[in-house]
Ligand binder design. Structure first.
Ligand SMILES: [Zn+2]
Length: 251
């Protein structure tokens, strides 16, 4: 990437950040957030400055022979590290709970046009605490996996970190349902909940409760029905979630 391109990217990012957080003025948390943004922005600007003369700076570091705090800053300007830093910066912004509380609505509004990076790690968590009885597997005509709890109402937990994008009853057979967006085109859906314990816009970590197992909607007896997609439409275009969640079964 050329220097001018990097500058364009940086300025664009700055504008995105500022427009994101500019919408949240007028509350105390927003002020804290703005301070944080100013700090991030100044770091980016500092990096642009260093970007202008990397070779000289590196030569200086070499000659010094030791790394001082300034040198560590300069190291960030190495192009590869620098790009990685930008990516991490974006992911950090998304992962920071405080910021997410404030910007969740904005994130939801850009979700269709701008995909978030994948928020999870490689592993998935089993979705029902303490219950492992699969009463129905993924098959033609059944777009998810059922986990039977024999009348109990344990926590249903997010199998992967994400953002809650739906939480409610839409009279569509799923009963009380929660949909979690995990970034890229990955979503999970949790159906027939007795109680919903999460809300739209909430950043939810893997293993945190989205609700309680129940018997709402088109359901015969207390169970969780969970669906997974990696192509954006979790209500219809699904894949077998068991292949993913079974990895962590009985942990
Ligand atoms: Zn089912």
């Amino acid at each position: 990437m050329s220097k001018s391109k990097i500058k364009v990217v940086l300025v664009s990012l700055l504008l995105v950040f500022l427009s994101f957080f500019g919408l949240n003025q007028g509350n105390i948390k927003a002020d804290e957030l703005q301070n944080k943004q100013v700090l991030l922005a100044s770091n980016i600007i500092k990096s642009i400055k260093y970007q202008g003369d990397i070779k000289t700076e590196l030569e200086m570091i070499k000659n010094k022979g030791i790394l001082d705090p300034d040198a560590l800053n300069i190291d960030l300007t190495l192009e590869k590290t620098f790009q990685k830093t930008l990516e991490n910066l974006e992911i950090e912004l998304i992962k920071n709970k405080l910021e997410l509380e404030l910007v969740s609505q904005q994130i939801l509004s850009v979700q269709d046009t701008a995909k978030l990076p994948y928020l999870g790690d490689g592993s998935y968590t089993w979705p029902v605490e303490g219950y492992f009885n699969v009463s129905q597997y993924y098959r033609r005509g059944h777009k998810g996996v059922d986990i039977n709890t024999l009348g109990a109402h344990p926590n249903v937990v997010a199998v992967q970190t994400g953002i809650v994008v739906k939480a409610g009853n839409e009279s569509d057979g799923f009963g009380n349902k929660v949909i979690v967006y995990h970034g890229e085109d990955t979503y999970t859906l949790y159906a027939h909940l007795q109680t919903i314990k999460s809300k739209v816009g909430q950043y939810i970590e893997e293993g945190v409760a989205v609700g309680l197992v129940g018997n709402t909607g088109n359901s015969n007896g207390d169970h969780l029905h969970i669906q997974l997609t990696k192509t954006g439409n979790v209500e219809n275009n699904t894949i077998d979630p068991y292949e993913y969640i079974k990895l962590s079964e009985k942990k």
